[in-house]
Design a protein around this ligand. Sequence first.
Ligand SMILES: [Zn+2]
Length: 438
Amino acid sequence: MSPSPKRPSRKKKSAARAPLGRGSAKKKVAKKSVGKKGVAKKKSAAKRGSGKKPKNPRPVTEAGTGTGTGAGTGAGTGTGAGAGAGAGAGAGAGPVAAVPIEKIDLHTHILPESWPDLAARYGYGGFVGIEHHVPCRARLMIDGKVFREIEENCWSPEWRIADQDRDGVAVQVLSTVPVMFSYWAEPADALDLSRLLNDHLAGVVAAHPHRFIGLGTVPLQDPDLAIAELERCVRDLGFPGVQIGTHVNAWNLDAPELFPFFARASELGAALFVHPWDMVGREQMPSYFLPWLVGMPAETSRAVCSMIFGAVFDRLPDLRTCFAHGGGAFPGTLGRIEKGWKARPDLCAVRGAGNPRSYLGRFWVDSLVHDHASLRFLLDLFGAEKIALGSDYPFPLGESCPGELIESLAGLDRATRAKLLAQNAEDFLGLARGSRRS
Ligand SMILES: [Zn+2]
């Protein structure tokens, strides 16, 4: 696959690509001539960084850019309207398009190409399996039912790097798909699965150290085991942190049982990326994708509020935490949450938490809100230092071209864009600026 200035279509890419073998992920990493490929890609990324080769040929356009301020864009009319605005595009974003800013995508998911039959391995069901039913695609299965269909970009580092080059993403931060958390399983089994996933992740990062960063997973249902695996992730595998769920079975993130895990993460300087899973109310709203559209934002707000009201941020001021999907429902309902704290301190401030609004700036959120007005609101609320590009690649609810929303938001200067597209992710992960991209 030679680099092309045009964005390749999925179909073309599939056709051009010979189906990869289905050997174990380990075998695949081992047989890579991919290491060399990685170097080549790195060079091309560096080239892009130098501005010699514009990476994204698509016009950078915000809805209403040519006609007025962001307030006029309305909710969700987004890029379609923006394209129509046409003439405004160049004025608002010209300098940005001229010299691309490299991007770090904080929120992407990866799986091994295959893994053992977990039901057979642990002796009970409920785990996720993978079934490669056609070339370049696979089904994630839970107890014989299809959970989700995925493409090769979910497991192939080579495919991902091709997409990164197409989209100008220098580095993807990789984490597992949240359905793999398996917090409901026996702790020893969840530890075993976490180790399997983390070892795979470490292999992918080792093969492409300039293109990928890993966030591990831990068996949070057993905080002692979770701490042990967190330590292994940070010390042995070189991950800057881990991804965790928005709750752990009956525990919210304020549970006293979980505090030692947070305390250890803070001591280790490990970053925590909090991702919704096991969505609240999903049994009561099975239609219309509602668990993803309504449940996930609620989950994320549940996690933010639990950590605020549970005084986790107060007790661990150095803990670095980032919440997915722009903080979910939290930003849009902060006024209500604040009112609750004022009106019912007997319920909200029982652990001594301050005004929820005072915690803005204590944590990061990703940029995955799909709407200019929403992103502008996040900027007003959290500030330009606490929002980091996250696309949810490679899933359909993600941002098709990672960073496009940030790049097309009118009125941002280059320094601010650079923060949103890469530097804030580096700060959250505890990495030196530019350290993983050269
Ligand atoms: Zn995600």
